[in-house]
Design a protein around this ligand. Sequence first.
Ligand code: ATP
Length: 358
Amino acid sequence: MAPGATRRVAVIEGEDAAPEAMRPTLELLSRLPLDIEWVWPKVGDAGLEAHGSLFPDEARRVIDEADTTLFGSTSGKSAPALMYLRWGKGTYANVRPARWMPGCKSPLADPRGIDLVVVRENLEDLYLGIEGDSSDLDSLDLQSRTARRPLRELGPGKYALKLITEAGSERVIRFAFELARKRKAAGGRGHLTCSSKYNMLPVSDGLFRQTAERLAPEYPDIDLDVYIVDDFAQRMVTRTQELDVVVLPNLYGDILSDLAAGIVGGLGLAASGCYGDDYAYFESAHGTAPDIAGRNIINPTATILSAAMMLEHLGFTEESARIETAVEQVYAEGKQLTPDQGGTSHTTDFCAAVGDRL
Ligand code: ATP
């Protein structure tokens, strides 16, 4: 991206309560002096209406011509667009920060100083979505290492394929090392934690661990810790402040990043960005919160902070920091918080409070 050029951002609102977070977030951004052209690819119902498809070619073109995409959450109709943003654009590193801000409703007695980032591998592992009937595997003559029996003797069932590739592991672990280095340069701890179930799955999860250990000598300024994922889950709760950057295969990353969000105050705070070599897009880590749709009470913090990550990616570093500071101030004051944070304010009140502090 050329410095100083107008940036183009594609916006996809998503479904259920997601637009209720996205719209006031965009209004907030409009208060900043940002040289951004916003474009709205027609996906989901809008795509069906205009072009007869949930993800028409025209929407793909709009995304391709934009510098990045800001995505609300999807519960289905925008999902084909999301698949394109992930697998089509190769956004392999899902970055999910969990930083406690004073005023956020953490369940920990002392959440002060929690500032970690989960880097979740975003494209492979069980999320390749290869499942089927176990009888499909009969011809492979597979043997269970633990049950010590041939697979076909276990009876009818279904399987899901977990694939950890060398290249997929290396690129995301490198990304995590680089992020730890960048954070260290800004005063961070210079620490990377890698975790997987390498004791039970020494071949697949073992590869993930071995890749981290193989790359570690290239990053002598970063300390690497390795834990089995169940042990790591308890450390995440009991020794949260010790964590800096954490790198995990896809499924563990999905689950444990929600745990990290819960530790600092809930999914409503969980921002995220998905980065590839040539493209990145930004979306809150939570889902569409269908149970609270239409009530103007969804916590927009995750969407606002995802937008702040996007601004930083686009080179609007100062504006990104202004948004984060304004959000921090609203939590510190504690007067305009949404119900998930113990408040009684509406989504739009929270956004207005952030806007007033910009
Ligand atoms: P997905 O499968 O897409 O991850 P999910 O079905 O796990 O989604 P979410 O939509 O993430 O579920 O919601 C889980 C719970 O957290 C719901 O009760 C929802 O209302 C709540 N929640 C999620 N996001 C927010 C938010 N931004 N503000 C308030 N509550 C939220």
